[in-house]
Ligand binder design. Structure first.
Ligand SMILES: N[C@@H](CCC(=O)N[C@@H](CS)C(=O)NCC(=O)O)C(=O)O
Length: 210
């Protein structure tokens, strides 16, 4: 098994954090997606979505998508669990992870990709196009992100972690949402004290240095 990875990429980092939290080792191959390595063979054919991370199994099967890679690794190494052990835990964690990805990560991603000069010509991950960066998408992304934050804060007022009393994959996903939100100066510390407390606690975990 090999994990195709790129050091600075947020999605790569979230899988590396998961691997670190699990205490497992997965051989890594660095693929520099800033230099377009993902569009060259054999990587171009291996992952037609042209993104990292992706996992190649020993028989050549490719699993792309951060959460799918983590789910696969969890099946191989169930402890400690990040996706839940009972039907109820699994459903609650899945619910929160989906909310974090759809309502937090996606708006933050579009705001970021339409804002930072590095992403000019690459506003959609895994593409090289002449689609322009749109300031309106930055604005709307921040507005949508703010709605998500206003819903997350009360959850973290009564729970130590995003999906309840135990750490889960939803925390790892959320960590990157709040990192992106911090780049937009959304005054999280003063406006969302519970998110701020959670983010500060989570940042102290050794896995965040992965
Ligand atoms: N939904 C995918 C997103 C993967 C993704 O967007 N990866 C970025 C790095 S964070 C990438 O490889 N981008 C390459 C590019 O835009 O060309 C996942 O969760 O794995």
């Amino acid at each position: 098994m090999k994990l195709y990875d790129f050091g600075p990429a947020a999605n790569s980092k979230r899988v590396r954090m998961f691997i670190s939290e699990k205490g497992i080792e997965v051989p890594v191959v660095e693929l520099n997606v800033r230099d377009d390595a993902q569009f060259k063979e054999p990587f171009n054919s291996m992952n037609p979505f042209h993104c990292v991370p992706f996992l190649e199994l020993d028989d050549g099967t490719v699993i792309a998508e951060s959460i799918s890679v983590c789910r696969y690794l969890e099946e191989l190494h169930p402890e400690p669990s990040f996706f839940g052990c009972t039907a109820e835990e699994r459903a609650i964690i899945d619910m929160w992870n989906r909310r974090v990805e759809l309502d937090g990560f996606m708006p933050a991603l579009h705001a970021t990709r339409n804002n930072i000069p590095l992403f000019k010509g690459r506003v959609v991950p895994g593409t090289r196009t002449n689609l322009e960066q749109l300031p309106a998408m930055v604005q709307r992304g921040k507005e949508m992100l703010d709605i998500f934050l206003s819903r997350l804060d009360p959850q973290l007022a009564v729970n130590e972690f995003v999906a309840g009393s135990a750490i889960s994959i939803a925390d790892i996903t959320c960590f990157f949402v709040i990192n992106m939100a911090n780049n937009f100066e959304m005054e999280i510390e003063s406006r969302y004290p519970n998110i701020s407390r959670w983010h500060s606690d989570f940042s102290a975990r050794p896995s965040t240095a992965s």
